[in-house]
Design a protein. Sequence first.
Length: 372
Amino acid sequence: MRNALDHAALDAALDHVHRAGMPGLFAEVRAGDRVWRGAAGVADVATGRPVTADMRHRVGSVTKTFTAVAVLRLVESGRVDLDAPIGRHLPELVPGERGEAITVRMLLDHTSGLAEYLPYAYPSLKAFPVLAETGPESLDDLRHTRFDPVELIGMGVAAPPVGVPGGGPGVYSNTNYLLLGRLLERLTGTTAERYITRHVIEPAGLRDTAFPDGPHVEGPHARLYEAWFGMIDPPRDYSVYDMSWVGPSASLISTVADLNRFYRLLLAGEIVAPESLERMRRTVPVVSQEGKVIAYGLGLHPMEAPGQEVFWGHGGTVWGGGTLAMARADGERQMAVAVNLQRWNRLDDSGRPQPHPIDEALAKLYHLAMYG
């Protein structure tokens, strides 16, 4: 059956990820009006407290879809043009010829050529993405640092360009979405976080989704364990962290149920107009932070298996936490999965992440959740 849910198989797949080495994970899968929720493992390795499917979680770059939706709502109201130069709105942040060449659309789909600011904000990551030459020291040093988004944007703009504006493939960069956050602020007179909350989160009825107002995750949540490719052993808890280092690019807190509701409404055309949704799903090739070329739209990217239907959504990571939320194009089947360990792959002699049993177990869970 097209929308059948095998609860026993999903329970087993979730448990397999835990047994492969994931401390804890939880998920929700929806198929039509049928819902499965599950959890496996622990939220706290010290106490053995179990994870539950209703926990709140830092969802990382899933935030980008919310920010993109907010920008598109302004496009629909005529307050900004997707092909307008960003220098027209933020000349002090992207000055001169680059400001005239880079458009709002290029920020949304990562074809601006602007570099990632992360290696410049975190000194021990200065060699990123050459992983073997990085280290985790900055993760501790900057745990309670309050970053200024303008300074972070400045780092990305001042760094050597990673491409020509509008050229391909694009390169995934959080600098793009911090700029979109400043654009929202400039156009609306309020912070990006407040605007997204009032015009995206609240109208969608997402009761457990919010931007953090401090370093803590409010409500029931799991601790988040970062391994940094085996350089932190045992993995360290980073669940208490000032998220100003990513802001409207990746700081959102949500639940798997809320994420499924959000993407279901989005793909049903209930959050943005059909023409906006069509623009969001028009993809270009983009080099991900893992060095892979992926298809990327405006805050959305597709996933599909050979011969199978396309799913749309976004993934995200923060220090210690990861999330993937995907919905079938018709919105009738959905998956949201949250994990509380990141960068579990150790590096080989050439500095490349080695395969880990967690990778295969997660891939099997995703495939079962999306295709049955």
